[in-house]
Design a protein around this ligand. Sequence first.
Ligand SMILES: [Zn+2]
Length: 704
Amino acid sequence: MVHDPRMQSRWSDAHAREFVARYAAHGEDLALRVYTSRLIGEDQDLVLHGGGNTSVKTMQRDALGRSVRCLCVKGSGADLVAVEPAGLPALELEPLLALRSLSSMSDEAMVAELRRRLLDPNAPNPSVEALLHAFVPHRFVDHTHADAILALTNQPDGERLVQQALGKDAAILGWIFPGFPLAKAVDELVTKQPNVRAIVLMQHGIFTFGDTAKESYERMIEFVDRAERFVVARTGAVPAMLRGEPAPLPHAERQRALAAFLPVLRAVAPIDAAPVEKRMHVVADVRSHDELAAFSAHPDAAALCATGPITPDHVIRTKGRYLFVPRAAMTDRDALQRAVHDYFAWYRSYFESCAKPLGAPLMLHPMPCVAVVEGCGLVALAPSMRAASIAADIAEHTLKVWAQGSALSRYVPLPERELAAMEYWPLELKKLGKQSKPHLAGRIALVTGAAGAIGFACAKALLDNGACVMLVDRDGDRLAAAASRIAPSSRSVRTFVADLTDEAQVHAAFDACSLAFGGVDDIVLSHGIAHVSKLAEMDPLRFDAVMAANAKATMLALKESARVLRLQGTGGSVVIQVSKNAFAPGAGFGAYSASKAAALQLGRIAALEFAEFSARVNMVNADAVFGDHETPSQLWAEVGPDRMKARGLDADGLRAFYRDRSLLKRTVTPQHVADAVLWLIAHAHATTGAVVPVDGGIAEAFPR
Ligand SMILES: [Zn+2]
């Protein structure tokens, strides 16, 4: 987390030429603007997740083909790391410059004026700092929230430290609210001091300028490098709080403690007394590497959690304060609940005294977004993994800057009144975008047999509806293939290879799910193997293997489900694939039919027992689900050849045979099964102990 203090320019003439060629249609200026914007976006010590902004003043063509002098500035909330020319909308520059004569301007008027000057009326909203970019005379302007700069600005003696670190060619502005007031202040400063090469905004970040893309970018690197060297010379490469005295929990113990604690945290943090089906659910992104664990174990950690963000842009992702969880509260639910209640009480009073007077109509949900867990590290909580990961990334950098700030002298946050103005600023809240919440937002599912046809379809249905999904299978290669097919590189999907007949491995799979996402709500048991043999020829060892894989593994998974669901106390559900054979067994299929009947009975017992902690258990009876060529059914790969031989059919004939023997005469697909599973999990809130056939209609398999 703490880097070698030599921030280096990553400008490459060859790469710059590539961008100019790739974006030739947009002109060289904009192409190079895209290039260095991405260089900045790629460095998390400079900007994080949509933070910072960049611009270039250049000629663009309007609808009539006339060449117009424009400001191309980053769209509000866009991420520099992946910016495209369209993400830097062009505004006619002259009318913007005319606004310099105004002494004040409301946010609404400013936003309307910015939109009016867009060459493309469908372009995204320009950054709230667009006027600042316009007023600075240099062609290229770069703005970041660099960690090293913030370590200096958030100090009691910050201005002096910044000046000492950066030298005379950087100017300093005290905290000024973003938008028109800040643009005016920068304009006045640049007019008075035309030779200044950078402006540091106290408790906010840094602007650099230049007449070429390279010059402006390299000035950013140069000034941030000066700040880094200055900080490191005083705090050491690793500041005291991250050095591990007192020592945090050893790594393995940390993981064990977190696996047991996280399900409780995600249940308690949203304090929500709604019925289980209406509760707000959150997922957790856990960061527990050594430096973060060291920070969390330090005696100053709790006080720093009650300070505030390193730059106010972060407040919409992490809230102002972090929840500190003392070691004792990790194993004491009541103590944790008290800590969360204290956090709520703080947030409510902060809202009443700081946000309400500004006209904020409604309090945002007061849940803590980041918890620092003593001796273990940090946990970010949000209704989606994406939002949790953004908060966790920000929190990692925040802890580092807090540690550096403490080592320099004392970390000083922006006053809460200013922070509230930012948190409840309509232009800032817009950055979060329209948040349509998928049905299973914040829910966590664990799917066994996830590399198989039915398990895969169920996992995909749950993921598509907003759940995080842990894919479990005993076949590592097929599991990896399934994961890459379901959602390559999604943070909402993880895999775990486990033989579910082994209790320790089942336990490890559930712990892995808790560490990856915070707990588990919905468990879909789709594992299973088949064996074809008449009783007269049955190999007892094969029989044992089938019973272990289908019945014992189900028992062990239910046992673990009970442990985690009870710990969370927020309901949840289990769905078990028990097959039509549980009701309508087939000759030569004794081991499978008996093991599935056992699984069915275990499911019914679980329904009786899990109701105590509001969890539901239901079964699905599928039949003749062959899957497709991408995810063929393993069961039919095993059973099919024998059935074909017995009936004198080829593969297509066998499928047709099973289709035509059903009442509805239709092929049952993995998607049909997934639809039933999804309904049981997401909608059947008053259903437990039920068996839902998904078999096209087989009269002898009607549940009874
Ligand atoms: Zn900023």
